[in-house]
Design a protein around this ligand. Structure first.
Ligand code: BG6
Length: 488
């Protein structure tokens, strides 16, 4: 891998501490970092290089899955880190940064390859990108790349405005938009499951599949993020990005070649084929809800409106269920149901594929299901029907598990999403990053829903904490003769 500089904006923030430093350290231990590397952290506070290295060390000790004890190797790793105070609006600070970057490039004989990771609030993305361009930091003799994480805009219009600014400083191929769901091993495994298994590939279409159910339920509430969440709701926080990304990964077709641009092309075709929901029809396809108090794992928790920082008359959605139709020859007529919510009964991200039941038996049998558990467990299982000798030879469903955890080792050996994604960006592989077109088309699909919410054109359901969401979400499936699988 080519030598490079990793410039981290927001280096004193929470994400850097919990995820980014541990991820870089784990990559270093796995010899997946270029040698030499220069890492430059930026933040508003005044820190010496040594103070900063101490902070990085603390974060690794607390959060790295690989930390056991301090070693000389760790000292070498920390030596690569430098710090520069930076006010994002101060052009002089970018000049100081440029000076430090160049000085380290010379000292370490590093090529002018520069990765800019913006671990900052989204309102600073554009100002930082433009300053990178104007200061000369972006004028390199090597490559330059930008890594950012959602939210990319608040609606279609603001997303477009942001992208216009970003693309005046970076080419599309240079922008790595993180959607951490695309870093989850099981989401990455979806393409292999379908493409490397002729058995599955041949039935991955409307002829054999009755419906697809994608769930991301959480037990946590709004936590300490009311300021952000109350403006966003589940529709912006989860549906516009993670849920639609999982849908694209599930429904895409086999590309001619397996590479980043072909895969992204195929994903784009899926999102392009989504049937738009008209503002007036939103109430027939979308269910929105908000949690009220209830019990989760034996503990009483407050309702959303009583959470710190939330308006007592807030009508922000903490739950969304949607029926989505893909209008192409492979999927037309197959409903894709997505559902996500906070304060639900269990933490589970999973995809359930229900196959059509074409048998004409004198006994009713359950459909075949393919169940892909994405988190917290990583597992694939198949529900088949089998005779039960203990029950008069009646046909009953059995589940066959293919535990992926067994094949990849225990939890601490599996790279985390941020490790995978940072590594991919360092080697220039954009397969598991969101392309602007995917982001834009997702916003286009979501926008009428946002409008309908704003104009209050659909019912607002309350659901008890610890439940599977409002009853209306069950009706959405019942209307087509289906039910949510795996709800107890
Ligand atoms: C984030 C959302 O993108 O994803 C959070 O902003 C949510 O609200 C989180 O809790 C869920 O991620 P995971 O990996 O825990 O399923």
């Amino acid at each position: 891998m080519e030598s490079m500089t990793f410039v981290l904006f927001g280096a004193t923030g929470d994400l850097a501490k919990r995820k980014i430093f541990p991820a870089i350290y784990n990559l270093y231990l796995d010899q997946k970092l270029p040698q030499p590397i220069s890492v430059i952290g930026l933040g508003r506070s005044n820190l010496s290089h040594i103070n900063f290295q101490e902070k990085v060390k603390e974060s690794i000790i607390t959060f790295s899955r690989r930390f056991e004890h301090e070693t000389a190797e760790m000292g070498d790793f920390l030596n690569a880190f430098r710090y520069n105070t930076l006010d994002v609006n101060n052009t002089g600070d970018y000049q100081k940064l440029l000076h430090l970057v160049k000085q380290r490039e010379e000292e370490l004989q590093i090529k002018e390859n520069r990765m800019f990771y913006l671990s900052v609030a989204p309102e600073f993305f554009d100002i930082i990108a433009l300053n990178i361009r104007d200061s000369g930091l972006g004028a390199t003799n090597g490559w330059k790349r930008l890594m950012i994480e959602k939210p990319f805009g608040h609606d279609l219009q603001s997303a477009r405005q942001l992208n216009k600014k970003l693309s005046s400083a970076f080419e599309e191929e240079e922008i790595y938009r993180i959607d951490h769901y695309l870093g989850k091993p099981m989401v990455q495994n979806l393409e292999a499951l379908e493409f490397a298994n002729p058995v599955l590939q041949s039935i991955w279409n409307k002829k054999h599949i009755a419906n697809v159910q994608i769930t991301a339920s959480e037990t946590v509430g709004v936590e300490k993020r009311a300021g952000y969440y109350d403006q966003a709701g589940a529709i912006r926080d989860m549906v516009q990005n993670h849920m639609l990304q999982m849908l694209m990964m599930t429904a895409m077709n086999l590309p001619k070649k397996i590479n980043a641009s072909e895969i992204r092309n195929e994903k784009r075709k899926v999102i392009e084929a989504l049937l738009p929901v008209k503002k007036e029809d939103v109430h027939t396809q979308i269910v929105r809800g908000q949690y009220i108090s209830g019990e989760i794992n034996g503990q009483r928790v407050p309702g959303y409106k009583d959470e710190t920082g939330v308006d007592s008359d807030s009508n922000t959605d903490t739950f969304i269920a949607a029926r989505v139709w893909i209008d192409n020859p492979f999927w037309s007529g197959v409903p894709f149901y997505i559902r996500t919510g906070k304060r639900m009964r269990e933490k589970s991200t999973r995809i359930v594929i229900e196959f059509k039941n074409t048998l004409d038996l004198n006994q009713k049998v359950e459909p075949n299901l393919l169940i892909i558990e994405i988190s917290p467990g990583e597992n694939v299982s198949l529900q088949l029907n089998s005779k039960n000798p203990m029950n008069n030879g009646n046909i009953e469903p059995v589940r066959i598990n293919f535990s992926c955890e067994d094949s990849v080792g225990n939890g601490s050996e599996v790279p985390e999403a941020y490790e995978r994604l940072i590594y991919d960006a360092l080697i220039g592989d954009s397969t598991f990053f969101a392309h602007w077109k995917e982001v834009e088309l997702s916003w286009e699909w979501v926008q009428p829903i946002l409008d309908a919410f704003d104009e209050n054109l659909l019912p607002f359901h309350e659901y008890s904490s610890g439940s599977y969401g409002p009853d209306a979400s069950n009706s959405l499936l019942l209307e087509n003769g289906f039910k949510w699988w795996l709800d107890e």
